[in-house]
Design a protein around this ligand. Structure first.
Ligand SMILES: [Zn+2]
Length: 387
């Protein structure tokens, strides 16, 4: 992975927050590290944590995108046995020194716990690809002997508290970073460049491992042919309940992916990193025949069953699929706007590559269906619906 640090650009930084903005933008510039608002970063300046504000994207975050939160409050919160994520958000807001700033990231407490100035967190494709493979735990342990390795738990307070418990009394100098299984990676240092360098080095390690053990040879496996865009748009708009925009992907990767045997099972093994589920759902609609309406209706029925298995009073999301794979033809993503459908497509593009590579390592394995539901129906996401 290319290190994008540029001395000339860095020389323009006048303070620590400038450096924080600069290396955040470097992380955000690489879609194999973070995608569309994914990941988060922070810097500690005296007794304040400046952490990525929600709604900001690392690729273009500015100084005002960092939310200033009192460090000691966050450290006290980490020790609580129990805290709902909604209460966490409220307490974090109350501890902000500038009420005009955006809401702090839901990972603010986790950032506070790491006693280094700069903390960088990404959802690096290469790392999660390995982690999301059948022997992922073994591979990750071998690749990262000096990292703290954390089994999957829900992001937000549960994860922060788990890290608090795991690192009580830990000599932080003895670890180089943290791997969050099925989720991502964290590096840190008192120096902005070093923290960024550590991220690039660690991810490069994973990339080299994949190149050696899970190289992909993608060849378009059939002739490019068209789809009936008008029919697809009309049918999906009916089931979604609004005018959908679509993104049609017939890249070599999408074509290859759409031509895999047992396509429905193959493509329904879950998300690459938990937050993707808000955009893509856990699985796509897989079409192996031409009856689109029946296909969507069956998807909705299965989605409703999934919802019923786990619901505890949550509001059901729109049950129609967010993307579709047409056997031997294309991957099609949907959104309420063109931009939204393009974002879904970007996420699916990265997921397809990861699934194919993880299969070369013995099989792709994402978080469980139950954990997926917990993420998809996270109270913070539900709160947005109730507004
Ligand atoms: Zn994350």
């Amino acid at each position: 992975m290319k290190n994008l640090w540029d001395e000339k650009a860095a020389a323009k930084c006048v303070d620590q927050l400038d450096f924080r903005v600069y290396t955040s933008n470097l992380l955000g510039a690489n879609d194999e590290l973070v995608l569309h608002g994914g990941g988060n970063t922070s810097v500690k300046i005296e007794d304040i944590l400046y952490v990525k504000g929600s709604g900001w994207d690392l690729s273009n975050i500015q100084r005002e995108g960092f939310s200033p939160v009192k460090l000691d409050t966050l450290l006290e919160m980490a020790q609580l046995e129990k805290l709902s994520d909604s209460d966490m958000v409220n307490l974090q807001r109350a501890a902000m020194t500038d009420k005009e700033a955006p809401n702090p990231s839901v990972e603010a407490i986790l950032h506070a716990l790491i006693p280094c100035k700069f903390v960088d967190h990404t959802h690096a494709d290469a790392v999660v690809t390995i982690s999301n493979s059948k022997n992922g735990k073994e591979y990750i342990e071998k690749l990262y002997p000096n990292f703290l390795i954390v089994d999957y738990v829900m992001p937000g307070f549960v994860l922060a508290h788990k890290i608090y418990v795991m690192t009580k009394g830990l000599d932080w100098d003895s670890i180089e970073g943290i791997i969050l299984h099925n989720h991502g990676i964290i590096t840190f240092d008192d120096d902005a460049k070093k923290s960024y360098d550590k991220m690039i080095e660690a991810v490069t390690k994973a990339e080299e491992f994949l190149d050696e053990n899970a190289a992909l040879e993608i060849q378009r496996s059939y002739e490019h042919s068209g789809c009936d865009i008008a029919k697809i748009t009309k049918t999906f708009s009916k089931y979604k309940g609004y005018e959908v925009h679509i993104n049609i992907n017939q890249s070599p990767l999408a074509s290859y992916y759409a031509s895999q045997p047992n396509l429905k099972e193959f493509a329904s093994r879950g998300v690459l990193t938990p937050e993707h589920i808000i955009r893509t759902k856990r699985a796509p609609l897989v079409m192996e025949d031409t009856n689109l309406e029946a296909g969507i209706e069956n998807f909705i029925k299965e989605y409703e069953e999934y919802y019923m298995r786990y619901e505890n009073g949550e509001i059901m999301l729109n049950p129609a699929p967010n993307y579709m794979i047409i056997k031997n033809l294309a991957v099609i993503s949907f959104g309420a706007t063109k931009k939204e459908s393009d974002i879904v497509n970007d996420i699916v593009e990265h997921t397809m590559k990861a699934v194919l590579r993880a299969d070369k390592l013995g099989g792709y394995v994402s978080i469980s269906e139950k954990d997926s539901f917990a993420m998809e129906y996270w109270e913070l996401e539900q709160a947005k619906l109730k507004k």
